[in-house]
Design a protein around this ligand. Structure first.
Ligand code: ADP
Length: 267
């Protein structure tokens, strides 16, 4: 089968790993820049980052219609509705999540750029001054205001879901919870493996399916009222989770795509 990976950089760890596993399972990988897709393939895997995101999304949608692909792992519009934090919050609906507010009445409050990733557009504001500084920085961006889960203390859980299963999970901790509440590995956070309860696993799987995704990295915080979903990432990095879990996650993704493609062909 021919796999098309939409990725800006072939040297990125996740892109390289997918190519390796596609090849070792006897398939044909091709990497295309998300801006210039004019190809045919049976399986599409969009790995879209922040750079020229809107343009890449439009091209993904076009490719879904023109490439003849039977399977897109995290197709449009599902990819985008998961990436957009406010939209995702609405779709996740009754699943447990931190509350979001239309306006700020209490502090501290978490302010997020709706399309941020890797923690870069996520801020904790303790008072009105910090809030106005933050809103200045985020001028022109769509933002959301969210309840701060203080008891998570700089920790969160990344669960990697493929299809119906949580295939790996890790707990991420910020460098110093007193000064940094974000636990993203890209901001220097550290990871160790963690076991999820059956309830937490069910929650992560339910979140991925409610958003219409095939696989995702689900971020969860443990709060006084149980696990709360922070985000469901439709383009999760593979490096941290493979290194922490010592599992071949790229291979699991490729095998899953292969099985979806086979069952599509049998229909
Ligand atoms: P991004 O998609 O940019 O990584 P997240 O919403 O996942 O943004 O937030 C980044 C990190 O900040 C999370 O992994 C978590 O450690 C911390 N965080 C985010 N929201 C909250 C919150 N409401 N309460 C406590 N910590 C939070």
């Amino acid at each position: 089968m021919k796999f098309l990976i939409l990725s800006r950089l072939s040297t990125l760890y996740s892109t390289r790993r997918l190519v390796q596993e596609i090849t070792s399972l006897g398939h044909e990988p091709l990497i295309v820049n998300p801006e210039s897709p004019e190809e045919t393939a049976e399986i599409l895997i969009p790995r879209l980052g922040n750079f020229r995101y809107e343009e890449s999304l439009a091209n993904l949608e076009k490719l879904q219609n023109t490439s003849g692909a039977k399977v897109t792992l995290n197709a449009m519009p599902f990819f985008h509705q998961a990436r957009h934090k406010k939209r995702a919050h609405e779709i996740l609906g009754t699943l447990p999540q931190p509350k979001i507010f239309n306006e700020v009445t209490t502090f501290p409050v978490v302010v997020k750029d709706c399309l941020s990733s890797q923690g870069e557009g996520v801020f904790l504001c303790k008072n009105h001054n910090e809030l106005s500084d933050c809103l200045m920085k985020l001028q022109g961006r769509e933002v959301l205001f969210q309840e701060f889960i203080a008891e998570s203390q700089g920790h969160d859980i990344r669960a990697f879901v493929i299809g119906q299963n949580v295939v790996a999970s890790m707990e991420r901790s910020s460098t110093n919870p007193l000064i940094e509440f974000r636990s993203n590995l890209s901001l220097g956070g550290t990871a160790k493996s963690v076991t999820l309860t059956a309830e937490e696993q069910d929650l992560c799987i339910a979140a991925v399916h409610r958003l219409g995704l095939d696989y995702a990295g689900v971020d969860l915080v443990r709060s006084h009222r149980g696990g709360l979903i922070l985000e469901v990432n439709p383009c999760p990095g593979l490096e941290g989770i493979e290194k922490c879990s010592q599992k071949n996650i790229a291979k699991e993704i490729v095998l899953y795509a292969e099985s979806l493609c086979r069952s599509h062909s049998q229909r």
